[in-house]
Design a protein around this ligand. Structure first.
Ligand code: APR
Length: 257
């Protein structure tokens, strides 16, 4: 399907859907300067996730893991929402997007203006203590030059993100699958769809009658089976074009907030 044709099709699907949600992954933040994980040059090409992203590795040697975490936090600090994030915020303002379920921990959806964001893999906004449960804002700590320690028990603090081997936050799991079951349209944006259970959100929605549309540079395991169609390209350009098409179909700004 031609790209313009696909953009027009998605705009119509958005207008016809009573409940549209987005599932986003690292690919939506690449245009903000944050590398993804599995593309060429992605984070996992430089750090072995089994060594650096598993909770056992953090418990064993938290100082070593902070060498990677420091890099991610610095990149996120200087990142701002890109056209893709802003397009999703416009769709929410226009009343055409019920929620964003994100696997990202960069907070860029909220920074772009989305209010209903389900952070499926936690957030870099807070640090937590695995020993005594202490929790605080990451910005209260100089993570650039030091390894943050718990002011109560002196243990090394951990970003409030889900490492491999950790459970998905209970509320996020419940809310995400409730949204998936009730969705009529799911836009799957910038995710390789290989990490469970996030990767089962589109199939859950499809089983309940939803249409699944992927926006990605390349095909994923969802393509051609779970997904009804894929719009190949950069999320920023595609989503901006989709919002422009929605506007032209409804005739100008339709803000419900
Ligand atoms: N526009 C659209 N898609 C893009 C862009 C872009 N500009 N850049 C990259 N992509 C796509 C890639 O083609 C890839 O399919 O985004 C996807 C990124 O995949 P991953 O790097 O695997 O990221 P993600 O799917 O979010 O990973 C899921 O794995 O390591 C864990 O916890 C981590 O939340 C992460 C999870």
């Amino acid at each position: 399907m031609e790209r313009q044709e696909a953009i027009e099709r998605l705009a119509r699907d958005i207008l016809q859907s009573q409940k549209t949600i987005a599932l986003t992954g690292a690919g939506i933040s690449v245009e903000s300067g944050i590398p993804d994980f599995r593309s060429a040059g992605g984070l996992w090409s430089r750090y072995d996730p089994n060594e650096y992203a598993h909770i056992d590795g953090f418990r064993r040697d938290p100082v070593k893991i902070w060498n990677m975490l420091r890099e991610i936090i610095q990149v996120i600090k200087s990142a701002s929402p890109n056209k893709a994030h802003l397009a999703l915020a416009q769709l929410e303002r226009m009343g055409y997007l019920s929620s964003v379920i994100t696997q990202n921990v960069d907070g860029l959806h909220q920074a772009a203006g989305n209010h209903r964001v389900i952070e499926f893999h936690g957030t870099n906004r807070y640090l937590v203590c695995l020993h005594c449960g202490f929790r605080d804002d990451t910005e209260n700590y100089d993570t650039e030059t030091t390894v943050p320690r718990c002011p109560r028990c002196n243990a090394v603090l951990k970003p409030d993100v889900v490492f491999f081997g950790e459970p998905i936050p209970e509320n996020a799991m419940r809310e995400a699958f409730e949204e998936a079951r009730r969705a009529e349209l799911v836009m799957v944006i910038g995710t390789s769809a290989v990490v469970f259970p996030a990767s089962s959100i589109p199939s859950t929605a499809r089983e309940h009658g939803a249409k699944i549309v992927e926006i990605n540079l390349e095909e994923t395991p969802l393509t051609g089976g779970i997904s009804d169609y894929i719009i190949k390209g950069r999320a920023g350009e595609i989503l901006s074009d989709v919002v422009a098409e929605v506007r032209s179909l409804v005739g100008g700004e339709k803000d419900v907030h």
